[in-house]
Design a protein around this ligand. Structure first.
Ligand code: DON
Length: 562
């Protein structure tokens, strides 16, 4: 009892020294809003809404524009997920995750019988069959209202005529120069013959403009067949890659349902497998619903502890159960997101003491923190959350010669190989082994929340496995702690992923007293740099106003709306 009183007291002190930027004003707009990691792309998306287009039209135009202006993660050579909640009708998701080529196998990362990290993450074998063009087209075909060609057009103009390089992009391109040097087409596209671009200079990508023109004219066939497909196959054949024209032609995006949960009277719609995002976010919310987070207070050691314990459990389940549902038929998704299951998990949480993660039962492969998320709401309050990625920043760093776009290295999200789980973090569990046509497990968590049948919030972020926890905390910040969209994005972030068994806290986001309390509960605490790049829109139903929170952690990004 004395110990508990001390904890509560120190927590109260800790709250007073937090560095949350209370009072940050969100961007406000009535007609519609688009938030992305590139100002130029946000403006293009909002222009579509201004011209009478809907949120799906806007995500198509914005998605293609980001492939030009945010080459770090915006893409046509990668994949991702859209969660779509129309103002009228049922929420759905579009899954355009990459798949393993037809000659992939669980053992494909072994070299002379030994696991080879470079092959897995940094080679032509690390490239999955891309899904983005098929996914955007599927969403547009079902719910778009503007002509396809009109939506791809702005990206073509940006690639052909060029756009001004921001300070953030200049820095990022310069930082990746050595990687681009391995691939002549990449070096040619993203530097001036080996000299880095400076901020303010114009980046033109003529090959990309031609590929986008084929996509504008022919739809997915402009990417998955004909010249573009032939160029991809040629690059693969010349460098030991596996993707064939047959693999490209066979690629199918998939329409799926959503993971549907509730949290304190709100409806939550997340991405189902092959992403773990929806399951993990809903499970953590179910666990946390049983605690009075609001009374404990934002940033209290008590709440950080409880939230970390919810995270620990969701990540263990992620590693144990999840993979591509078209291959893994026994994923117990309904159980994992049920309130009863969460009640059981909650009972295993000691409010004053850290649990221990049991090492070497379930682990997972490494995921990079380079992806991008966009949140869109249109005039009718149709909402789109899309997260898509090349996996690493600039993916495999391989630009397809003559086609002008970067290929992903998403195959790195498959497990290392059968039976390879070891103490150092290699993973060999079955549900996420590479196979032909199989989607690799993801953490991306585009999420939409509704209240009383109306839109309430759109959220998502990049950040590898931290995605799941950043999305969770943006939701808690708004619903439990009453923050506005910008405050919810600004607030210090935390992460626990079961293994390694530690809490990561953003530096300057939490007080030294709070950290001491967490340590006294038995947690290992690690302070680090920024986590993710969340883009949050909250719909203020009372004022019919969209309120946007733009993440200032990455160098670029912005909200467009009026
Ligand atoms: O799908 C995934 O979970 C990872 N490939 C995402 C990588 C990622 O988030 C990079 N993000 N910033």
């Amino acid at each position: 009892m004395i110990r508990r009183t001390v904890l509560v007291l120190v927590a109260a002190l800790a709250v007073t020294s937090l560095t949350v930027q209370a009072g940050s004003t969100p961007h406000r707009a009535k007609l519609g809003m688009v938030i992305t990691q590139s100002d130029i792309a946000s403006q293009i998306g909002f222009q579509v809404i201004k011209n009478g287009g809907n949120a799906i039209d806007a995500v198509v135009a914005t998605g293609f524009a980001l492939a030009v202006t945010h080459p770090t993660a915006g893409n046509i050579g990668g994949g991702g997920f859209i969660v779509y909640r129309p103002a009228k009708g049922e929420p759905v998701s579009y899954d355009f995750r990459e798949v393993g080529p037809s000659r992939s196998s669980p053992e494909m990362w072994l070299k002379d019988g030994k696991y080879d990290f470079e092959t897995h993450h940094n080679s032509h074998l690390s490239v999955g069959v891309p899904g983005t063009v098929a996914g955007l087209h599927m969403a547009w075909k079902e719910a778009g209202s503007k002509p396809w060609k009109e939506l791809v057009q702005p990206a073509i103009g940006l690639a052909r005529d060029g756009f001004e390089i921001s300070h953030g992009l200049a820095r990022s391109l310069a930082g990746t120069l050595d990687e681009f040097k391995k691939y002549p087409a990449s070096l040619a596209q993203f530097s001036k013959n080996g000299t880095p671009y400076q901020a303010g200079e114009i980046l033109k990508q003529p090959d990309l403009a031609r590929t986008l023109t084929r996509i504008a004219d022919q739809g997915p066939a402009g990417f998955y067949e004909g010249e573009t497909a032939a160029l991809i196959e040629k690059e693969m054949k010349a460098n030991g890659g596996l993707i064939t024209m047959g693999d490209l032609k066979a690629y199918q995006a998939k329409k799926r349902g959503v993971v549907n949960g509730t949290y304190r009277g709100y409806d939550v719609y997340g991405m189902p497998p092959p992403s773990s995002g929806g399951m993990a976010v809903v499970q953590m919310l179910n666990v946390l619903e049983g605690f009075d987070l609001k009374a404990n207070g934002y940033g209290s050691a008590q709440n950080i502890h409880l939230t970390a314990e919810a995270m620990r459990r969701a990540f263990a389940d992620r590693a144990r159960y999840l993979g591509d549902p078209d291959f893994e038929k026994d994923i117990p998704l309904p159980m994992l997101i049920s309130k009863d299951y969460a009640t059981g998990l909650r009972k295993t949480i000691n409010p004053n003491k850290a649990s221990k993660s049991v090492v070497n039962k379930f682990e997972w492969t490494s995921e990079s923190p380079e992806t991008t998320h966009l949140s869109i709401v249109d005039a009718n309050r149709n909402a789109v959350a899309m997260t898509y990625t090349l996996e690493y920043g600039y993916g495999s760093r391989i630009v397809v010669p003559g086609a002008g776009f970067l290929l992903n290295n998403e195959m790195g999200d498959f497990n290392a190989g059968p039976g390879l789980t070891d103490e150092r973090g290699l993973v060999g569990t079955n549900p996420n082994l590479a196979r032909p046509g199989k989607r690799m497990l993801s953490s991306m968590a585009p999420t939409i929340i509704a209240k009383d049948g109306q839109l309430f919030m759109v959220t998502g972020t990049p950040g590898g496995r931290t995605i799941i926890n950043t999305v969770l905390t943006t939701i808690l910040n708004v619903i439990d702690y009453g923050m506005n969209a910008q405050e919810a994005v600004d607030a210090g972030r935390m992460h626990h992923q079961w293994l390694p068994d530690r809490i990561n806290l953003e530096r300057y986001g939490f007080s030294a007293d709070t950290i001491k309390m967490l340590q006294s509960m038995g947690h290992t605490v690690n302070e680090g740099g920024g986590q993710g790049a969340a883009q949050v829109i909250v719909f203020n139903q009372k004022d019919n106003m969209l309120e946007g929170g733009v993440d200032r952690r990455p160098a670029d990004g912005g909200a467009a709306g009026k």
